[in-house]
Design a protein around this ligand. Structure first.
Ligand code: NAD
Ligand code: DAU
Length: 338
C-alpha cells in the first residue's frame, strides 16, 4: 500500500482531498498533518476518523525536528502540501506568519523529502502567483509560462514557495510537481472567504460587504474538480512540471453575491459596498490546456450547478459554520487532544 502525507488536511481543500482520496484510492494510506490554526477544523474530518486508511497528526510544518521524526517513522511515498496561511486580507494585516508557514514550512518539507528520499513532493499553489489580468481583455489567460508577478504578501509567499520547490528540483533533483489553481468553492470553506461569508451573512440577514464596485473577476472551480486534478498529477504528471488548474468559470464578484442572495430568497438591499482591498487583483483566468492535453483532466462541475450544490450544503450543514462563528469548533479541537 502507498502512504501519502497530506499537510493542511483540516482545512478546506485539504479536507476535501482527504475524502476524495479515501473514496477513490482505497489502496492508499493517508496521514493528515495539520497545525490546527484558526483555519484548521477537526469537525471537517469527522467522516474520516475511523477509516483504517486514515490517521491524523497535529503538528507544524515549520517544526523541523517534528517533521523529520514523522518522516523517519512513516516512510512516505508521496507528500502533498496544502498547509498554508491562505487568506489575502489577513496577509495584508499580518504578513509575517504567511512568510513563515508558506515559505519556510515548504522548505522544511522539501528538506525532509530529500533527507528521507521521498519519491514525490507535490506543492499546491495558486493562480495568484501570476498577478492579475485586465478586465477589458477577455482573450488573456494565465498559462504556465506567464511571468510571476504578485500583488499581496499572500501571493508573494506562495510564489516564493513555488520558486523554492522548482529550485530544489533543479539543484538537488527533488522529484516535485506544482499545481496552480483558480478560486475554489464547495463544502467546508472557512466563512471568511467570499462565498461562505456571503451565505452565512445572508442567512442571518446581515450586510454583505462587497469590495470596491464588485467588478473584480474570479475563475471559480468546484473543489472536487481541484482534488481530482491533483490526484491525476500524482498519478501521471511529469516531474519538475507546473500544471495550471481552472475550468473557464469566470464571474464578477457582484454576480456571485447576487446568485447567493437569489438562491436564499433574500433581498439585494443587504449588499453593502465597502472600501476596496489594497492591491486588489482585478481578474484571474486560467488556461488549463496543459493539464487537459497531457492528463485528460476536465472540470466536471460547472459554476451554475456547483454554486447550487454548495449553497445547499451550507444550508443543510449550518452547524458546521455556526460552530466556527460562535467559536465552539475550537473546543471540539481541544477536546480531541486532551
Ligand atoms: P485553508 O486556510 O482552509 O486551510 C489551510 C490549512 O493549513 C488549515 O487546516 C491550517 O490549520 C493548516 N496550516 C496552516 N499553517 C500550518 C502549519 N504551519 N503547519 C501545518 N498546518 C498548517 O486553505 P485552503 O483554502 O484549503 O487552501 C489550501 C491550499 O491550497 C493553500 O496552499 C492555498 O494556497 C492553496 N489554494 C487555495 C485556493 C482557494 O481558492 N482556497 C485556490 C488555489 C490554491
Ligand atoms: O485564486 C486562488 C485564491 O483564491 C487562493 O489562492 C486563496 O487562498 C483564496 O483565498 C482565494 O483568494 P481571493 O482573494 O480571490 O478569495 P476571497 O474569497 O478572499 O475573495 C474573492 C473575491 O471577493 C475577491 O475579489 C475579494 C472579494 N471579496 C472578498 C471578501 C472576503 C469581497 O468583495 N468581499 C468580501 O467580504
Amino acid at each position: 500500500m502507498k502512504k501519502l502525507l497530506v499537510t493542511g488536511g483540516a482545512g478546506f481543500i485539504g479536507g476535501n482531498f482527504v475524502y476524495y482520496m479515501l473514496e477513490n484510492y482505497p489502496e492508499t494510506k493517508l496521514v493528515c498533518l495539520d497545525a490546527l490554526t484558526y483555519a484548521g477544523n477537526l469537525e471537517t474530518l469527522k467522516g474520516a476518523f475511523g477509516n483504517p486508511n486514515f490517521k491524523f497528526v497535529k503538528g507544524d510544518i515549520t517544526d523541523r525536528k517534528f517533521i523529520y521524526e514523522l518522516f523517519e517513522k512513516e516512510n512516505f511515498d508521496t507528500v502533498v502540501n496544502f498547509a498554508a496561511e491562505s487568506h489575502v486580507d489577513r496577509s495584508i494585516e499580518e504578513p509575517e506568519v504567511f512568510l513563515k508557514t508558506n515559505i519556510l514550512g515548504t522548505q522544511v518539507l522539501l528538506d525532509a523529502c530529500n533527507k528521507y528520499s521521498v519519491p514525490r513532493f507535490h506543492q499546491v499553489s495558486t493562480d495568484e502567483v501570476y498577478g492579475d489580468l485586465p478586465l477589458d481583455r477577455p482573450d488573456l489567460m494565465f498559462t504556465e509560462d506567464t511571468p510571476i508577478h504578485t500583488s499581496s504578501p499572500y501571493s508573494a509567499s506562495k510564489a516564493s514557495a513555488d520558486l523554492l520547490v522548482l529550485a530544489y528540483h533543479r539543484t538537488f533533483g527533488t522529484p516535485v510537481t506544482v499545481s496552480r489553481c483558480s478560486n475554489n468553492y464547495g463544502p467546508y470553506q472557512f466563512p471568511e472567504k467570499l462565498i461562505p461569508l456571503m451565505i452565512a451573512n445572508a442567512t442571518h440577514g446581515k450586510a454583505l460587504p462587497v469590495y470596491g464596485e464588485g467588478l473584480n473577476v474570479r475563475d471559480w472551480l468546484y473543489v472536487e474538480d481541484h482534488c481530482r486534478a491533483i490526484a491525476m498529477i500524482l498519478d501521471n504528471g511529469r516531474i519538475g512540471e507546473v500544471y495550471n488548474i481552472g475550468g473557464h468559470n469566470e464571474r464578477a464578484n457582484i454576480q456571485v453575491v447576487k446568485t447567493i442572495i437569489k438562491a436564499l430568497g433574500k433581498s439585494e438591499d443587504l449588499i453593502t459596498y465597502v472600501k476596496d482591498r489594497p492591491g486588489h487583483d482585478r481578474r484571474y483566468a486560467i488556461d488549463p490546456k496543459k493539464i487537459s492535453n497531457e492528463l485528460g483532466w476536465q472540470p466536471l462541475t460547472l459554476f451554475d450547478e456547483g454554486i447550487e450544490k454548495t449553497i445547499r450544503w451550507y444550508v443543510e450543514n449550518s452547524g458546521w459554520w455556526e460552530n466556527i462563528l460562535n467559536g465552539s469548533y475550537r473546543s471540539y479541537t481541544e477536546e480531541m487532544f486532551t
